[in-house]
Design a protein around this ligand. Structure first.
Ligand code: HEM
Length: 370
């Protein structure tokens, strides 16, 4: 019910500390075998879950921005700001591992057996973050596609499976990029100019290889073959059918239009209209990278605590966790973009009319401008 008169509130009531601080029950004490470090283990996990809750709070509103059709450009700043908050939290999550690592592997063994079969596999909030970002089942390593689902309650399974059917942030970003209007320039064919710039760059590289006196015939042939492969990659990027074939194999996850828009943004990121989209794409890459850093750090902690033992959730332990660090990624296309960047000096010059439409329409002659 909505309150109409402001009431005084007490600190611990506002934060519901009674509930919060009464939620650390040491399982080892039930067996009359109190393990001192179990408190640290519980509090660390709870702190993680609270931060996961905050990440989801941000992520849901970021997704709401991209759910709109069309996306309201004015809200891109807020979305980026919230992505930056997620990044700050992720930094904390990686650092937090240090605190738990003050527990020695022997101390962990004092209570570990009581935890079986509970496991981080069952962190529904963690899985929700992954799925919302775009790590749907098809992108997970094979073992992970079903394994964690089997360990959840039917309600949790149902909740996450329904979430998998909704558009993820990756899919929303795909759609947003593909609709960006500045890729259609009337008479000017940007991609034609880009291809010419790429050819010029690669032809120059070819001459450098051919004229390099330090290469023997075998090395020269190898380098020329690598160059031919690069040339082919560029060709396949711009050719819709070839792109689609690579999309079908899973090499690309976003559509060709979206990928080219992201490439254009990266190439011309200094144009005023593109600065915000560029910041946003950079944040998405950073989020992916920080999750990988967390996974790697967590896998290392598991190795230190368990050696080669299996996890309480039944995975192969460290081996499984380091494979997820290598493979369970979301915005892989944004990293692939760098393959197709060309130096600023070779970048096609945009016609004035296009530059103007990517600017803020400020002529410099307005009143008050010096
Ligand atoms: C002594 C410390 C820890 C050890 C030895 C450990 C070990 C493991 C192992 C072996 C797994 C694989 C699943 C399994 O077989 O159980 C796992 C998964 C997981 N753990 Fe931990 N963990 C520790 C602490 C933490 C903490 C503090 C968190 C924070 C929430 C956490 C979150 C997770 C998550 C989210 C997964 C699922 C990862 C995925 O499936 O990609 N773990 N952990």
């Amino acid at each position: 019910m909505k309150k109409t008169i402001k009431e005084d509130i007490y600190y611990s009531d506002y934060l519901q500390l009674n509930k919060l601080l009464d939620s650390q029950h040491l399982l080892s004490s039930d067996y009359d075998d109190l393990a001192h470090d179990e408190m640290l283990f519980i509090i660390t996990h709870q702190a993680y879950e609270l931060w996961f809750k905050q990440i989801l709070h941000e992520l849901r509103t970021i997704q709401a921005v991209f759910e709109q059709k069309p996306v309201d450009d004015k809200q891109l700043g807020v979305a980026t700001h919230r992505l930056q908050r997620i990044l700050a939290i992720q930094t904390l999550l990686i650092e937090q591992v240090n605190v738990l690592e003050t527990m020695t592997p022997l101390d962990f063994l004092d209570f570990r057996d009581y935890l079986v079969p509970a496991s981080g596999f069952q962190s529904v909030q963690f899985k929700e973050i992954e799925i919302r970002l775009g790590l749907k089942s098809c992108y997970r390593i094979a073992f992970d596609q079903h394994s964690f689902y089997r360990r959840l309650t039917p309600q949790h399974q149902d909740y996450l499976k329904k979430l998998e059917l909704q558009p993820s942030l990756l899919e929303q970003i795909d759609e947003w990029l593909a609709r960006l209007p500045f890729l259609h320039f009337g008479e000017f064919n940007f991609w034609h100019s880009y291809q010419q710039a790429v050819d010029k760059m690669l032809n120059s590289d070819e001459q450098i290889i051919i004229n390099n006196p330090h290469l023997d015939a075998q090395e020269r042939e190898k380098q020329l073959k690598n160059l031919a492969d690069t040339r082919n990659q560029f060709k396949q990027l711009l050719e819709p059918k070839a792109y689609q074939m690579q999309f079908d194999t899973g090499f690309y996850r976003i559509s060709q239009d979206a990928f080219l828009a992201a490439l254009f943004i990266s190439l011309y990121r200094d144009e005023p209209m593109l600065q915000q989209p560029f910041k946003l794409l950079t944040c998405l890459m950073d989020i992916d990278e920080r999750f990988t850093a967390w996974r790697t750090r967590h896998a290392q902690m598991a190795l230190r605590m368990l050696g080669r033992k299996v996890g309480t959730g039944g995975s192969s332990g460290h081996e499984y966790l380091s494979r997820t660090a290598d493979h369970n990624k979301v915005f892989t296309d944004l990293f692939t973009l760098s393959t197709f960047l060309i130096p600023s000096s070779s970048r096609p010059e945009l016609p004035d009319a296009i530059k103007q439409s990517l600017g803020f329409y400020f002529s410099g002659k307005e009143k008050g401008h010096l």
